[in-house]
Ligand binder design. Structure first.
Ligand SMILES: [Ca+2]
Ligand SMILES: [Ca+2]
Length: 433
């Protein structure tokens, strides 16, 4: 096994639920749990005590402002306690310290092969989405051209630069919304959501845009005709929902709203390149998304640990439409920093030295399972574009049933292998001829 340890330079995109619910371990506080909270890591001192996340017995989740805990308990909770499944304080969530593994590039004229696109090559993307050097089979090209309703991928993350030259044609803008006028012009419940949803309740001090969300979006769908980055699913479209601010911080309640927002905007796939130790109401939110048949693609995390011993969420949720993704290296080993598990990590995908877009018409290489997950999201979008009638379960089965396994290169994941999008397409044709 090749060991590549995360260093200070590692881009680790995982959100740390670093500030956890203070009341988790103290029954006298606000928590009303339908089952005891099993994980002591859910206890913590940095709860956002001005806001509660309320899970209702009917499956809804709401967010309630708290003006005094006692008053909230007496006036809000007590009269309807029989309708409430669980209440928890909101939590601050953070990105791990992030850095880039190369200098940013801004030469959009660089040909693709000057930059390292080893990930796109190792998953045999060229056989499905050919570049100029390798012409497509006629049938495949026709199928690609025939797409009239693009597959929408929800990127729930930090800011996505919707004006990046390689992304601006790849986004689904909300054309009935007028941006930046302070009004909800299309009456969908969200003010100024022209470029996407924005759920930021923690103001940032940083002056520079956080690069993470734009990097994830580029891996999925960057238009290679307009720059050097080759998105895996160039015909797919991105809907973004930002819940991480430019300091790399957000809240749990914002993440839940962002997930629901992209689902409302028609996402068939949601990419979640983040995670933390406390399941709580995030589990209810993910279950709601599963029930809508949405494919949930989640980064395994960058702690170099087995998720059975140290679960993080959403990576360790056991949902029928979920794919949790570990990171592989250019030499096709599991990356040393990648979390693993034969039970809850489904497959590996390229996640070291991955080039993609960042804000300001630039691009850079990053490491992390955060980069591996969008490889799988992109592959799923590509397959769904070619076989629109497939279900999330069929797409998942095709991706898992077609991985490359190399002797001696064991991936400590359920399938013991790494994504191959061409073989996944062949597999899907056997599932849906
Ligand atoms: Ca709106
Ligand atoms: Ca508006």
């Amino acid at each position: 096994m090749e060991v590549r340890k995360p260093s200070g330079m590692l881009i680790s995109a995982l959100l740390t639920f670093s500030a956890l619910l203070a009341s988790c371990s103290k029954p006298s506080k606000l928590t009303v749990a339908s089952e005891p909270l099993k994980d002591s890591r859910c206890a913590g001192a940095n709860a956002v005590k001005s806001r509660a996340i309320v899970e209702w017995e009917d499956g809804r989740i709401s967010f309630e402002e708290i003006d005094g805990v006692e008053s909230f308990k007496n006036k809000f909770m007590a009269p309807q306690i029989h309708l409430i499944k669980r209440v928890q304080f909101d939590q601050i969530v953070k990105l791990h310290p992030t850095a880039m593994t190369t200098q940013p590039e801004s030469n959009l004229d660089l040909p693709t092969n000057v930059l390292r696109d080893w990930g796109q090559r190792i998953i045999e993307m060229d056989k499905v989405v050919p570049d100029e050097k390798s012409p497509p089979s006629e049938k495949l090209m026709q199928q690609i051209l025939d797409e009239d309703s693009p597959v929408i991928v929800g990127v729930v993350d930090s800011y996505v630069d919707a004006k990046h030259v390689q992304l601006k044609g790849q986004m689904v803008f909300n054309i009935n919304e007028i941006p930046e006028n302070g009004k909800d012009d299309d009456n969908n419940g969200f003010v100024d959501d022209y470029f996407g949803g924005k759920f930021i309740s923690v103001p940032a001090k940083a002056e520079k845009r956080h690069p993470h969300g734009t990097h994830v979006a580029g891996i999925i769908a960057a238009d290679s005709g307009l720059g050097p980055i080759r998105g895996i699913a160039p015909k797919a479209k991105i809907v973004s929902a930002q819940f991480i601010n430019d300091d790399g911080e957000g809240t749990l309640s914002d993440s839940i709203q962002a997930l629901d927002y992209v689902a409302m905007r028609g996402a068939r796939i949601i990419n979640a390149s983040w995670g933390g130790p406390c399941p709580d109401s995030l589990g209810a939110a993910f279950k709601n998304l599963e029930s809508q048949g949405i494919l949930l693609v989640v980064a395994a995390g960058n702690d170099g640990r087995d998720l059975e011993a140290s679960p993080t969420y959403p990576a360790a949720f056991d949902l029928s439409t979920q794919l949790t993704v570990g990171a592989s290296t250019e030499n096709d080993f599991m990356a040393g920093f990648s979390n693993s598990s034969f039970f809850s990590v489904h497959l590996a995908a390229p996640g070291v030295g991955i080039w993609s877009t960042i804000p300001g018409n630039q691009f850079v290489a990053m490491d992390g399972t955060s980069m591996a997950a969008p490889f799988v999201s992109g592959a799923a979008a590509l397959l769904w574009g070619l076989q629109p009638s497939a279900t999330a379960l069929q797409i998942k089965a095709a991706l898992m049933g077609s991985v490359d396994r190399t002797p001696q290169h064991e991936f400590r994941v359920m399938t013991q292998g790494r994504l191959n999008v061409y073989k996944a397409y062949q597999k899907l044709l056997t599932i849906i001829p």
